[in-house]
Design a protein around this ligand. Sequence first.
Ligand code: SAM
Length: 234
Amino acid sequence: MDSTASQVALQLLNQHEGISSSTTFRLLGRDWDLLPGVYAPHLTRSAALYAEWIPYPVGGSFCEIGSGTGYLAVTAALRGCRLVHATDITSAAAENIALNARRHGVADRLSVHRGDLFAALPAGERYDVVFWNSNFVEDPGQGPGAPAGGDLRLAFYDPDYRAHDAYLRDARDRLAPGGRLLLGFTSLGNTAKLTELAQRYGWRPRLLRAVGYDSPFGERIHYQLIEFLPAQGR
Ligand SMILES: C[S@@+](CC[C@H](N)C(=O)[O-])C[C@H]1O[C@@H](n2cnc3c(N)ncnc32)[C@H](O)[C@@H]1O
């Protein structure tokens, strides 16, 4: 268990719990709806990064797992993806994604789903790019002083990396031929365990992009965009 990751996650969670009513935030030159209980991307440095780093398949299909406010899925639609599916495990996030799709006029090509990872997506649908900015803290975050958190916990914590395991296990069946599997991760995550899981399911992780920032919590955090390539072939 990495105590630094736990501390940072706890502070972020507390910060998020302070957002108790619907509001808006500005990011990427646009205003976005934010509902209570949904991950607030403007509070961390990773937001603008992933929006710039993701290789959006222009004219193709894009799937965002754990879409939160949906700002990345909406951005994918605005940048020319023909079909965007955005899904999240919490109902607040699903509602939030739909709000932002309507606000930015892309509801005709962005469909919203609610469920665990790929479970709620249309059966048999495959994508050119699948992306998840994941809940990279492996610690369950239930130590002394931990706030209740509710659904917001799911934005930060993945106890035993069960969801990461399932993401790497099931993603292959959701990729179109030549499709790309991506993960937004950080240096606070358990890279060794992620690599072990990737290998278990026949993937070779490749770091596409990374940048480090001193966080407001006094820790230097490296944000990473990781691609999983088939371990054999390609
Ligand atoms: C770090 S937040 C990222 C949110 C958004 N993509 C962003 O970048 O602002 C992780 C998101 O994953 C969602 N999530 C966690 N576990 C999930 C699961 N098993 N299936 C689908 N979504 C999940 C959380 O609800 C949360 O919205």
